[in-house]
Design a protein around this ligand. Structure first.
Ligand SMILES: CC(C)(COP(=O)(O)OP(=O)(O)OC[C@H]1O[C@@H](n2cnc3c(N)ncnc32)[C@H](O)[C@@H]1OP(=O)(O)O)[C@@H](O)C(=O)NCCC(=O)NCCS
Length: 205
């Protein structure tokens, strides 16, 4: 099954969200390996070491899995480009079709580029896409209560707090509680979520 939200190329100011490419291996791996301490504590538990699962050689397999899920209509994987630099990823996953038409979004950014409002703008852009061309009705973001930076992201977008899931996801070696935030198409009332956030300044190269 395919879905209308894929493939997507979305832009807002200095931000570009585009599908992953096989040639992203080197840039993706360089950023991931450098950000182990920044990212590992927020990511799913894995039997493999950080170096093993983020080496350039692991990208072709991951790239294939992401593209396959996108073609099947269960994901919209995107690479976050800020200016001309690979900066992180935002992935739409758990896409459910039919009567529910719901999905979840996860995200991360290179620590060197954090704190500039890049992810809030990129997330707003992607949520707008999901709730329009993507044919979704509802988008959910799940955040660990101790992740204050990520809680600020959804606060900036004005997402609605929906609930508290106990021991919800297996993250960094344990079942972690998550706070669920969501938005449905009606809450936008025809407007773009992107209009609620300031676009980041372009990077100074
Ligand atoms: C959560 C995350 C995606 C936010 O992205 P971002 O583009 O930095 O978002 P913002 O610029 O809006 O910053 C959000 C908050 O991060 C904090 N922050 C800012 N600069 C920071 C820095 N250099 N280092 C750490 N935190 C910083 C601030 O509290 C900021 O809120 P403020 O703007 O009110 O001061 C990013 O911190 C990240 O990738 N974290 C690791 C992975 C992760 O937690 N993913 C989400 C899982 S739910």
């Amino acid at each position: 099954m395919n879905h209308p939200g894929w493939p997507a190329r979305l832009t807002a100011g200095p931000i570009l969200l585009r599908p992953p490419r096989l040639l992203d291996a080197r840039a993706w791996s360089e950023v991931r390996l450098r950000n182990e301490r920044w990212l590992d504590k927020w990511e799913p538990t894995s039997p493999y070491t950080w170096a093993e699962r983020n080496s350039p050689g692991s990208w072709p397999h991951l790239h294939r899995a992401l593209r396959r899920a996108a073609r099947r209509g269960t994901m919209i994987p995107t690479m976050l480009i800020y200016g001309s630099t690979f900066a992180g990823q935002l992935n739409v996953s758990n896409i459910v079709h039919g009567a529910q038409r719901s999905c979840t979004i996860g995200y991360w950014i290179d620590a060197r580029l954090a704190g500039r409002g890049v992810v809030p703008a990129a997330l707003a852009l992607l949520i707008d896409h999901c709730l329009s061309e993507g044919g979704m009705h509802r988008v959910e973001i799940d955040i660990r209560p101790e992740n204050t930076a990520s809680l600020r992201v959804v606060e900036k977008l004005g997402l609605r707090r929906e609930g508290y899931y106990e021991r919800y996801l297996d993250i960094d070696g344990a079942w972690r509680d998550h706070v669920a935030f969501a938005i449905t198409a009606e809450e936008l009332d025809g407007r773009r979520l992107l209009s609620r956030v300031a676009l980041p300044e372009p990077p100074v190269d």
